[in-house]
Design a protein around this ligand. Sequence first.
Ligand SMILES: NC(=O)c1ccc[n+]([C@@H]2O[C@H](COP(=O)([O-])OP(=O)(O)OC[C@H]3O[C@@H](n4cnc5c(N)ncnc54)[C@H](O)[C@@H]3O)[C@@H](O)[C@H]2O)c1
Length: 348
Amino acid sequence: MKLEKLRVSVAGLGLIGQVHLVNYLSHPNVEVVALADTDPERRAGKLNRLHGNLDEFTKEPIALGEFRSYEDPFKMCEDKDIDIISVCLPTDLHAAVTLKALENGKHVFCEKPPALTSREAIRLTVTAEAMGKTLMFGHVLHFWAEYVEAGKIIESKKYGRSLAASFARCSSRPAWSIGGAEQGWFGNPERSGGVAVDLHIHDADIAVWWWGRPQEIDASGAFIGNMPSVIHSRWRFRDGLIAQFEATWETVTTMPFYFNFKVTMERATLLFDSRNADGLQLATEDKLVSIPLKKAEAYRLEDYYFIDCILHGKPVDRCPPESSILSLDCVLEEARQIAERHRGITSV
Ligand SMILES: NC(=O)c1ccc[n+]([C@@H]2O[C@H](COP(=O)([O-])OP(=O)(O)OC[C@H]3O[C@@H](n4cnc5c(N)ncnc54)[C@H](O)[C@@H]3O)[C@@H](O)[C@H]2O)c1
């Protein structure tokens, strides 16, 4: 069967927009037809892959073909010759641009977090459903080999049920955006949502994927200036499982980016740390083994999966929008608790 070519556009050509763009350019059933960005250089296609903390990418220039260019992503949503819009804009623009794209009959891939409020995020899923369009939020860990494999082991209950878990995700403040760490959009909590909504949401989303909705959330944090920059959080699930999380945006630029998790099951423990070359490890009563996993670029798998769902009319059940919304709910509750406790501290 010969499959159609989907006409794809990318809104926002920063760190993550460039990652997705490269993947679309390599897909045999995709034609990149339009790009949107306020930055004239990027809009003209002068892209040099940014590095950020995604060190799996090289800095080679991106080879682009012909494309239409827009300064305003909302205008691009009205372009009739586009099938898909990939929303890679600052977070405060996600909901409005995604909504406009869906209302104009586009399929949408929107980077995480889906929105800055649950109400906006729900409206997106309702609109996608009503328009009969595919919507997926970019929770890349659903395609990250170690998280995928750990999820399978946990779900199988081969080693009993999960009793406890811990997750960490720490880096320096995002400084790659235009304007840098403080003046760029990441430095404005009303635009990025702070560390819980932007960074910790990756792990929150994994916990929700593996174990569902937590029954209790108890979060505290620290601010650097007016920015929520550290989160320590504990969740309790209905069956007694407890999970704890740490995520930080450090002030110092020398801080290496790392992430890890540990899951204690009844008869084994799963371990993963991005700094450890052993990869995903399983500790059982008699041995500690590294689980061999095929290395693949998670972002490419994510983009190809999204395209595949559209080409074959399949639901996005590997990274369902409902799960993304649930994890957004959780981090917004954490952010609320952190802000409330911070107000208590600053008013003493
Ligand atoms: N899934 C992941 O691993 C991952 C990694 C990084 C970022 N993200 C998410 O992706 C989104 C983008 O992050 P980023 O790091 O690529 O940011 P970035 O600052 O590197 O890129 C944003 C781009 O949008 C453009 N832009 C800003 N305002 C615009 C407007 N009004 N109209 C058109 N273009 C505009 C900027 O010029 C820039 O090129 C964020 O929501 C972030 O949370 C996800």
